[in-house]
Design a protein around this ligand. Structure first.
Ligand code: ADP
Length: 680
């Protein structure tokens, strides 16, 4: 309006100046100099007025443009509300109200929760309770994810000349960005405060020049004490020098920062608490350390729990170790085992193991047992398992018996198993005990059976010679000739010997089994003593069987109990006589690593391999129908063992046997020149 008025006024001045110039030309033609000067003056004045007018209007336009630019830079728009017509009209920018909009329509742009507050302020202006106001409300803004932006309205009421309210001018500014930034900042501050509270953190700094330690109390750093006081009052005496050293290192930049646990006196001054401490130096522009700043966090409980947990863990691991338990964990993703107390990884938990490592030491017969377990692990089956497996000992290569148990231990968000855990228990000791018990039971049962057989046998064995003795003793009186008498006496004497041997064996064996066996050792020459055996046994050798004494030494001095040797020889020879009907029976001895080896070799019936071991046990006989109590060899075995020696047999069924016994001693000997011991 005003601009248009200005333009009309300028046009009017141009027409006036042009008219005057025309008049001037006309006057000039009339040659009236006074009039010409007067009209020129008026024209100049009018031209000046016109130029001024034009200059001032362009200046104002420029200011207006600048004003509009600066308003739009501040996201500001302006409107005017015409009270009488109930119309919002745009003055500048792009106000929310748009143009030519009634109040009711404008209000629809405001967030429902803010309409009441806006109306209140606006009505105050309408009702002339106030002449200006400002309010921030949320208005529709499609660019925001929430659909609303924040707008600040500054409103001024304008009255007409008669005093009635004419219009309201509103300046509206989009402050969404500021508001959000502000909200974000507030949120960050709130979370920071909250986390400080929740984490129990203490913020501090030490002013190096001022020698003062400050602590954050209620958002403000307050001085607490100087370095000397801190060291002497807060720290345990033993820690002071160490903390001072760390401080010096930070100060002298030898240490970039510090993180560690500190023991500090509690506020009551009666106990030390454990704090986790972070500290780093703060430098000025010249690089000089002017402050040491840091945090402290009370971790006394955590620390104590940690110590208890560490101790419990130690105990647990110790229990695992002493009870031979291997604790394992299987990661389904890496398909590797972590095992504690595991000989396979040299007891180093950091060394991961694969199923291949286990397969290398698994007993070949148990591989099939491991296949389903491997399936459970690799296919993440939700199952518990327990199997018995044998693994080779990494040290001595012996098979060890284990029970392997496992179960799902950890799952992912979808409930899929991601880890298995379990134990491997070494049962070898129990298995061995179990086997020994089983053997002992079997032995006890067998010996019970054998003893029953022995009693039955013994009745027979004793009765036979006794009957002979009794019978032939009665016949003695009725003997008709000297030859008959001699024959009867010989039979009685033979049966006496037999009976004596039986009783001696029984008595000896019971003494030996009870642990009473004595040795009376003396020095003697075996090479001459063995010849006496030739005399004793030559009469007992069956007809047609050659009796050989193998004596290759010119002397063989030993310190032994000769009678015990005779006992062993007697049993060997008696048996050889019993089971040899042709060929030869050879007795002898030879030097051995451990002392002397005595032996008796026959060409008799021999013994099958499966029977060779058991015949050294009491009451064991290969053929129960053959005469004998099954005691002789077990007695020899007991004597040899009691002397610290050993006993054995080499035999082939049907070809003969070689019985031997090694008695420990230190023989001094010399071979006969023409002999050697290659025959044995
Ligand atoms: P026995 O008094 O019954 O002979 P032993 O303990 O002396 O008891 O022998 C145990 C068993 O060993 C015998 O019953 C016999 O079967 C076997 N035996 C011992 N010596 C010989 C041998 N020289 N040849 C064949 N078998 C033998």
């Amino acid at each position: 309006m005003k601009k248009r008025g200005n333009t009309i006024y300028s046009l009017f001045l141009i027409i006036l100046i042009s008219g005057l110039l025309f008049l001037q030309v006309y006057i000039f033609t009339l040659s009236s100099s006074v009039l010409t000067i007067a009209s020129t003056c008026v024209s100049v004045l009018l031209a000046i007025a016109l130029i001024e007018r034009l200059l001032s209007s362009s200046h104002k336009d420029k200011i207006n443009a600048e004003l509009e630019l600066s308003l739009s830079t501040f996201n500001t728009s302006t409107w005017r509300y015409d009270v009488k017509n109930d119309r919002f009209r745009k003055v500048h920018g792009s106000p929310i109200c748009g143009n030519e909009v009634c109040k009711e329509v404008f209000i629809q742009n405001i967030h429902p929760q803010d309409i009441f507050a806006f109306n209140k302020e606006f009505n105050n202006l309408l009702n002339r309770k106030s002449i200006s106001t400002n309010i921030t409300v949320r208005c529709i803004n499609k660019t925001m994810t929430s659909g609303y932006g924040f707008y600040q309205f500054d409103m001024i009421a304008k009255s007409a000349g008669n005093g009635s309210l004419e219009y309201i001018i509103g300046i509206e500014r989009d402050i969404t960005f500021d508001k959000l930034n502000d909200t974000n900042y507030q949120n960050i501050l709130t979370s920071l405060n909250l986390s400080i509270k929740a984490s129990n953190l203490i913020f501090w700094y030490y002013d190096v020049e001022g020698d003062m330690l400050y602590k954050l109390v209620n958002k403000e750093f307050v001085p607490t004490c100087n370095l000397h006081e801190f060291l002497s009052l807060s720290l345990p005496p033993n820690d002071r020098s160490e903390i001072l050293r760390i401080y010096q290192d930070l100060l002298d930049k030898r240490l970039g920062d510090f993180h560690g646990n500190l023991a500090l006196m509690n506020p009551k001054g009666n106990d030390y608490l454990t704090y986790e401490c972070y500290a780093m130096p703060a430098k000025d522009s010249t690089g000089k350390v002017i402050k040491v700043v840091g945090t402290l966090q009370d971790i006394t409980m955590k620390h104590a729990e940690h110590i208890i947990a560490a101790e419990n863990n130690k105990r647990f691991m110790l229990a695992m170790k002493t009870s031979n338990f291997v604790l394992w964990e299987y990661d389904c993703n890496t398909q590797l085992f972590t095992a504690f107390n595991e000989p396979l990884n040299n007891y180093n938990n950091d060394v991961k193991l694969s199923i291949i490592n286990y397969l290398h030491v698994l007993h070949p017969d148990d591989i099939n047992k491991l296949v389903p377990i491997n399936e459970h692990l690799s296919l993440r089956h939700d199952v518990n398992f327990s199997i018995d497996l044998r693994f080779k000992d990494t040290e001595d290569g012996e098979w060890q018996y284990y029970t392997l148990t496992g179960a799902p231990f950890e799952r992912d968000d979808f409930g899929r198993v991601i880890k298995f855990a379990g134990i491997r228990k070494n049962n070898t000791h129990f298995m061995k005990l179990n086997n020994e018990l089983k053997l002992a039971k079997e032995k006890a049962e067998r010996s019970d059976k054998l003893k029953t057989m022995f009693l039955a046998n013994m009745t027979h064995e004793i009765r036979t010679p006794l009957n002979a003795i009794v019978g032939f003793s009665q016949l003695l009186q009725s003997a008709t000739s000297k030859e008959e008498l001699d024959r009867f006496c010989k039979i009685i004497s033979q049966n006496n010997d037999m009976l004596l041997t039986i009783f001696n064996d029984i008595i000896d064996l019971s003494r030996v089994e009870a642990g009473f066996i004595d040795f009376t050792c003396i020095n003697f020459d075996m090479s001459s003593q063995i010849e006496s055996l030739r005399e004793i046994f030559k009469h007992k050798i069956p007809e047609g069987v050659e009796f050989i004494v193998d004596n290759p030494y010119s002397f063989f001095e030993v310190c032994l109990d000769w009678n015990r040797l005779v006992q062993i020889y007697t049993n060997f020879i008696n048996n050889a006589c019993k089971y040899t009907s042709k060929g030869s029976i050879t007795i002898g001895y030879k030097a051995d690593d451990k002392g002397i080896k005595i032996f008796c070799k026959d060409t008799g019936i021999g013994i099958a391999e499966e029977d060779q071991k058991r015949i050294f046990n009491s009451f064991e006989k290969v053929d129960s129908y053959i005469q004998g109590l099954g005691l002789g060899l077990s007695l020899c075995n007991a004597i040899a063992k009691a002397a610290g020696g050993s006993i054995g047999v080499e035999s082939e069924y049907g070809a003969g046997s070689l019985f031997w016994a090694v008695m420990p001693c230190k023989p001094k000997y010399e071979l006969k020149k023409e002999m050697n011991t290659a025959s044995i």
